[in-house]
Structures are given as C-alpha cells and as structure tokens.
Design a protein around this ligand. Sequence first.
Ligand SMILES: Cc1cc2nc3c(=O)[nH]c(=O)nc-3n(C[C@H](O)[C@H](O)[C@H](O)COP(=O)(O)O)c2cc1C
Length: 449
Amino acid sequence: MKKILTIILSLIFCMAGITACGADGDLTVKMQIGNSVMTVNDTEKTIDEDGTVPILMNGRTLLPVRAVVEEIGGAVKWEEETQTAILTYGDNEILLTIDSPTAYLNGEPRTLDVAPALINDRTMLPIRFIAESFDFDVAWSEQTQTVTITKGTEAVKPTSAPLDNDRQESKTLVAYFSATNNTEGVAKYIADGIGADIYEILPEVPYTAADLDYNSDCRANREQNDTMARPAISGTFENMEQYDTVFLGYPIWWGNAPKIIFTFLESYDFSGKTIIPFCTSESSPIGSATAMQNVTPGANWLDGRRFAAGASKDSVAEWIDSLKIDFGSDEEVSKMRVQIGDAVFTATLEDNAAVGEFVEMMREAPVTINMSDYSGFEKVGFLGLSLTTGDVQMTTSPGDIVLYSGNQIVMFYAPNSWSYTKIGHIDDLTGWEDALGSGDITAVFSIAE
Ligand SMILES: Cc1cc2nc3c(=O)[nH]c(=O)nc-3n(C[C@H](O)[C@H](O)[C@H](O)COP(=O)(O)O)c2cc1C
C-alpha cells in the first residue's frame, strides 16, 4: 500500500510542485513512459531511487514520481480503511478513492472519467482531473510517449492523449446508489458498455452495517417506513442539464427504491429526460416506478430491470442491447488519424463491421501496430486480435488501408490485387510514401476529431 500511496502522492505533488516551483517563473515537468528520469525545467532528475518509471496501462498513464514528493511541501493523508487519498495543496483538497469514479474537490463531488484503480499493485490516476483542479496544463505526445505538465507557460496543446478518457461529451448518465456495492457493479458495466458518465449518489451520512440490518429496527427500515424521509446526499452533481438519458440504479429495500433515490429525483429537473431504472435485490422484482414518476414530472420512464447481486457483464450488455437505444458513444466515426513518426495523416473510413470493431478499439485507446514491408507494395502488421471480415477481391491503390486475413492491417504504397476487407483510404497522399519509407515502421491509429 505504501507504493500505491507513493504513486498517488507522486503525481499530485508533482503537480503541486509545479505551482510551488513556478511561483517566480514558468515550470515544465516532462515524464516519459519507461524512463526513470524526468526533466524539471530541462534539468534531469531521477524519479526515485527504486528506478520506478511512468507506465502506460490500457492506454492510460501512471506516473510514479516519488522524488517530486520529497521536493515539495504539500500534505497527504491515506485512509487505509476507505482506500482514500486526501491531497491538500494551498487551499485545495482532493479526495480520491480507489475504484470510485467520484472524487471530491474541496468537498464537492466530481465525476471522473477514469476511477483511480489498482493495477498490479499500482494506482492509475485521472490526470486531467487533477491537472484542472490545480490549474495547470497537461499534454501527451504520442510520438515521444511523454507527458508534459506546464504551469505559467503557454499551454501545450494535447495531441491524441491517453491521459484520461477524452471522450466526446456524453449525453447519458448512469446515476446509482449502492449501500453494499452490488448495484455499483451493474452501474459500472452499463457506463463502460455505452461510454456513459457515471455518478454515485452518496449519502451524507454513510450507512453502517447496523443501519442496513433489516432484521432489526435499523435506520434503513425506519426510512423506508417514513413517507417523508429524504436522506441527505453528499454534494451535488453538476451539469445534469447535459444529459438526456439517465440510468438510475439502486438496491431494492422492502420492495421499493431507497428513500435517498427520492432525494436525488427531487433535487434536479428531469423533465424531458428519459429515465431507465435498474436495481439489484435478493429476489424481489424491480416493482412499480409510479412513486418515482410522481416526483419527476415530464420525465419519460422506461421499464426497468432487476439484476441479482454479482450479475455478469454479459447479462447487463444483453439488457442494454434489448433497449435498442442509440447511445451517444456509438456516434458515427468516419475519419481516423494515422501517425507514422512525425507524419500525421487522416483517413476516411469505410462503413463495415471490421471498421466498427476497429473504431471500438480506438475508442479505448490509440492502436499501435508495428508494420513491415511485404512484396514492395505494402506495410503489414498484426493487430493482436481478429476483426469480422467481409473480404472482396480488389485492386488496391496507394493510401488504401485494409484488413488482411482478419488479423492484420495493411497500408499500401503501390497497387496489389487480392481479397481484403477495406478499412479506409488516406485523404491526402502528400508525404505518404516518404512516411512509409523502407523498413519497419510503427503506426498509431486513433479516432480523428
Ligand atoms: C434495508 C434492506 C431491505 C431490503 N429489502 C429487500 C427486499 O425487499 N427484497 C429483496 O429481494 N432484497 C432486499 N434487500 C437486499 C438488497 O436489495 C440486495 O442485497 C441488494 O443487492 C443490495 O444492493 P447494494 O449492494 O447495491 O446496496 C434489502 C436490503 C436491505 C439493506
């Protein structure tokens, strides 16, 4: 756990340090994936004595920067019990909890695109959130695999950045209350599945085990028996107006939604929004939504779905599919970016199953493929998995990008006749042949803005 805390501290204090060091001037900190040396205003410094290096994990950055922690005077507390890091710098305080998509900035809940997570005993942090909270800029260079954090200088514009999820603004929110984390699991599957934002409805006074002991005169029972009970929610959710669809998740308590769900529904204007309830329970069905409908005039309620505790990802995905709703994350992508060294090209994509699957991969993170020459007309490299093929015999032309044998991406600089599934074509071939050059290359494919 010490290591985890170190990593959390490291990142935060790196950023805090920027402010501190930059008080009498600009400050730029650069960290490169796999490099145990960082630069602070062009001065090289070892990140820590263990030789820890920044890593990329599932397209996100993890910056272990213990040395910086020791340089700067901030304050951090780690709450082992709640797995929460409390980071204070100046007047600002950030609370980050492992696996929770809700962070707190000065007591106000904020929904994170990426929850702090433990991966191989390391913590992945939502860098952009922290950067913005402490008012500095953070940028990512795909080419050099470098994170640049800047304070005081002209902002470095981010390129295709695996820093956090730079998704397009979602129009769908998954809001949930979960006392013992069963509903939370389903909520995360939904949010991940459709690329929705997620918000945990947290009670101001958390429910203890005794509060949930429904065989006694517990707090939960008393609330359920009190029509007027509206347990207070911790903080407020900003930008509710941004969403047109809200998945609303909760556990069944005595056949109904917990009263805190009513607090939530009465706190915002849901008119014109579609609300899709889901719940977990020991055995009870989801029941009637009438009481909730009564407090949300103008909202369009769809039939909900009950899941058992520990519901599988597949069962949640099946339900989502059955709704036949076009969620924002499926917004059509027609262009992709192809980067080879310094050269960046745009390609127009075909409309077929393979492209759909490839786009899904790129939504997760930029796709990097090592490619080699073949037969003097193409660069080819393995994708690492197979896509759905729709092979047709074709004669390719320079700039064509195709799927070969289901699992290899081919980029052409000269024609060839074969059976392929077409992925797309480079829009402007200026510099294309030079960029492909001769010998092995690394190409990075990402969704074009
Ligand atoms: C106060 C209370 C009342 C409950 N009432 C019911 C019920 O009526 N029917 C049922 O099947 N499960 C009931 N349960 C069990 C929960 O619905 C179930 O454990 C649920 O998955 C918990 O979700 P959570 O972990 O997201 O809080 C109740 C649990 C509590 C604490």
